[in-house]
Design a protein around this ligand. Structure first.
Ligand code: CLF
Ligand code: SF4
Length: 493
C-alpha cells in the first residue's frame, strides 16, 4: 500500500492553530479504519487507558507522544559503579551530560511553556540526577504544582527503589501511574560488584549488607506498587561479565512480582565520565550483544526495546531532544497554560492511530502468510508518526525492526551522528553511520543519494527510498514480500 502523506509529520512543528484545527476537523473520514481502536485485543481496558499515551510504556505510543523530564531531585542515597552524579543519574538517563537543576516552581514554569509549544507532550517524568523517592519533598511539590495546572499530564518517576516503599501510598494518592525501578540484580553477591555503598535509615552500609538491603527494598517496593495497580517498569543496566547472564533471573523475579515491562539498557562507560566502571575499563555491551540477551528474555516479563536512555532534562519525542529550546534563561517569567494545541493534536492522533494499527495488522498478517523461512533486520529513518519519513542524511537514529515468519517487531534503535549537514555529507561521519548499522540488512528512508547508498552497499547493507512516507510496517511488509515471496526489492533509482 502506498499510503498518503497524512497530517502528523507536518502537524508536529505546526505553529498555526488554524492549520492544526483544519487538520483535526477536515471533512469526511479518510481513515480506512474509522472508529477502530489501537488497543490490543488482549489488553485490559484500564491498563490501556494508562499506557496509550505514554511513549515509554507503549511502543506504539512512542511514535506519537512525547515526554519531558525535570531535574528537581538531585540528592541520592546509593552509589552505583556506573554513576558520577556530576553527569546525571545513569539509572534512567544517559550519563555524561549535565542537566539544569530546577526548583519545583521553575519546573512548573518549564512544563507549562513546553505544553504550550509541544503538542505531543503527554508525560512529565522525574528521572535523576539523584533519586526521586529519596529527594521526595521536591518530587512531590513538583507533581502537585504541575498537576494543578495541567491535570491530564501523566506523572512518572524513576527510582533506585531504596526509599520507594516509604512513598508508595503518596504516589497512589497523587495518581502516579508509572514508576520505574532500576533493578540490576536479585543476588546480593552480584550487587557487591555494582553498589559500593547505600545510605539507609541514617546509616551507611557497604558490601553484602548494602546489596541485601537494597534488594529487599526493591522487591518490597515492586510488590507494593503491583498491589495498588501502579504500572512498573524495571530498568536493568546490562554490564558484561557482571550481571548480563544474571538478568535472565532478574526478569523472572520481576515478572513474578507483577512488573509491567522490563527494560534492559546497555551500560554506557567512558573514562571521561569519571565513573568507577569508566575508570577501571569495564566495557558496555555491543548492540548485537544487547539484542541477543533481549531475544533470550522473550517469553518472560514483557520487554521494552525502544528506550533511548534520554537525558534527565529531555523534552520531546523519544529519540529527539528539544531540551535546549526550553532552558531556564529562555522561559518567560509568567506563563499560563493554554490547552488548545495539545487537545487538537490528540484529535488528529486518535484518527491517524486507528489507521496505522489497521495498516500494521494487515502488514504483519501478510508477512506471516508468505510462509518464508528467512528474517530481515530493517533500519528505518523516521521522524515520528509511525512512517518512513526521514532522509537518510538527516537521521540521528534508525529504528530497527525484525521481519520474520513470526511477524514484524520493533527490536531496537541505533544512534548515529547526522551524516548530512548543510547539504554536504562527510565521509568520516558516513563510516560511523555504517558501523552503527552493523548486522542490518536493509535501510529504508524517505530519500537517499547515490553516494551513501553505494557506500552502504559496499558494506553489505542495501538502502531504499522506494517506500518513503509509507507506514513503517507497511513498508517492511512490502519489502519482506519482495525479498522472500513475490518480487525483488525495488531499489530507488
Ligand atoms: Fe521519563 Fe522514564 Fe517516565 Fe519515560 S524515560 S521517567 S518512563 S517518561 Fe523512557 Fe527515556 Fe528510556 Fe526512561 S526512553 S530513559 S524508559
Ligand atoms: Fe547515580 Fe542514579 Fe545510581 Fe544515584 S541511583 S548513584 S544518581 S545512577
Amino acid at each position: 500500500m502506498s499510503a498518503p502523506l497524512i497530517s502528523l509529520e507536518s502537524l508536529a512543528p505546526a505553529s498555526s492553530m488554524d492549520a492544526l484545527l483544519a487538520k483535526a476537523t477536515s471533512g469526511g473520514c479518510s481513515s480506512s479504519s474509522c472508529g477502530s481502536s489501537a488497543k490490543p485485543d488482549d489488553m485490559d481496558p484500564a491498563v490501556w487507558e494508562k499506557i496509550k499515551d505514554h511513549p515509554c510504556y507503549s511502543e506504539e505510543a512512542h511514535h506519537y507522544f512525547a515526554r519531558m523530564h525535570v531535574a528537581v531531585a538531585p540528592a541520592c542515597n546509593i552509589q552505583c559503579n556506573y554513576c558520577n552524579r556530576k553527569y546525571d543519574c545513569a539509572n534512567e538517563s544517559r550519563p555524561g551530560v549535565v542537566s539544569e537543576k530546577l526548583t519545583p516552581d521553575q519546573a512548573k514554569r518549564k512544563v507549562i511553556a513546553v505544553a504550550n509549544e509541544v503538542p505531543q507532550l503527554s508525560v512529565l517524568g522525574i528521572a535523576g540526577p539523584g533519586d526521586a523517592c529519596y529527594d521526595w519533598r521536591k518530587t512531590r511539590a513538583t507533581f502537585e504544582e504541575v498537576s494543578r495546572d495541567i491535570p491530564d499530564i501523566k506523572l512518572c518517576i524513576s527510582t533506585n527503589g531504596l526509599a520507594l516503599p516509604d512513598h508508595v501510598e503518596e504516589l497512589a494518592a497523587m495518581n502516579v501511574d508509572h514508576v520505574t525501578i532500576t533493578i540490576n540484580m536479585v543476588d546480593p553477591e552480584i550487587g557487591t560488584k555494582i553498589y559500593p555503598w547505600i545510605f539507609y535509615r541514617n546509616r551507611r552500609y557497604t558490601g553484602l549488607e548494602a546489596s541485601q538491603i537494597l534488594h529487599e527494598r526493591q522487591m518490597l517496593g515492586l510488590e507494593m506498587l503491583t498491589a495498588r495497580g501502579i504500572l512498573t517498569k524495571i530498568n536493568s543496566v546490562m554490564i558484561p561479565g557482571v550481571n548480563d547472564e544474571h538478568l535472565i533471573e532478574v526478569n523472572k523475579w520481576v515478572k513474578e512480582r507483577g512488573a509491567f515491562l522490563h527494560n534492559v539498557m546497555p551500560l554506557i562507560s567512558d573514562p571521561a565520565h569519571g565513573t568507577h566502571y569508566g575508570l577501571t575499563g569495564q566495557r558496555g555491551p555491543k548492540a548485537m550483544e544487547l539484542k541477543a540477551l533481549q531475544d533470550k528474555l522473550e517469553g518472560g516479563a514483557k520487554l521494552m526495546r525502544h528506550c533511548r536512555q534520554c537525558r534527565a532534562d529531555a523534552v520531546g519525542l523519544l529519540g529527539e531532544d528539544r531540551g535546549q529550546e526550553f532552558t531556564l534563561d529562555q522561559l518567560p517569567e509568567d506563563v499560563t497554560y493554554d490547552p488548545a494545541k495539545r487537545e487538537t493534536y490528540r484529535e488528529v492522533v486518535a484518527r491517524e492511530r486507528g489507521d496505522h494499527v489497521a495498516a500494521k495488522q494487515a502488514a504483519v498478517s501478510a508477512v506471516r502468510e508468505t510462509e518464508a523461512a528467512g528474517s530481515l533486520l530493517v533500519a528505518i529513518a523516521t521522524k515520528g508518526g509511525g512512517r518512513v519519513n526521514e532522509h537518510f542524511g538527516h537521521a540521528r537514529e534508525f529504528q530497527v525492526y525484525e521481519a520474520s515468519p513470526k511477524g514484524i517487531s520493533f527490536v531496537g534503535h541505533r544512534k548515529v551522528e547526522q551524516y548530512c549537514l548543510g547539504g554536504f555529507g562527510e565521509d568520516a561521519t558516513l563510516d560511523g553511520v555504517i558501523e552503527a548499522l552493523e548486522g542490518i540488512d536493509v535501510v529504508l528512508c524517505a530519500k537517499i543519494g547515490d553516494c551513501p547508498k553505494d557506500s552502504l552497499r559496499a558494506a553489505g547493507i542495501r538502502a531504499s527510498d522506494a517506500y518513503g512516507f509509507d507506514y513503517i510496517e507497511t513498508a517492511i511488509g512490502a519489502l519482506y514480500a519482495a525479498e522472500f515471496g513475490l518480487e525483488l526489492l525495488a531499489e530507488s533509482a
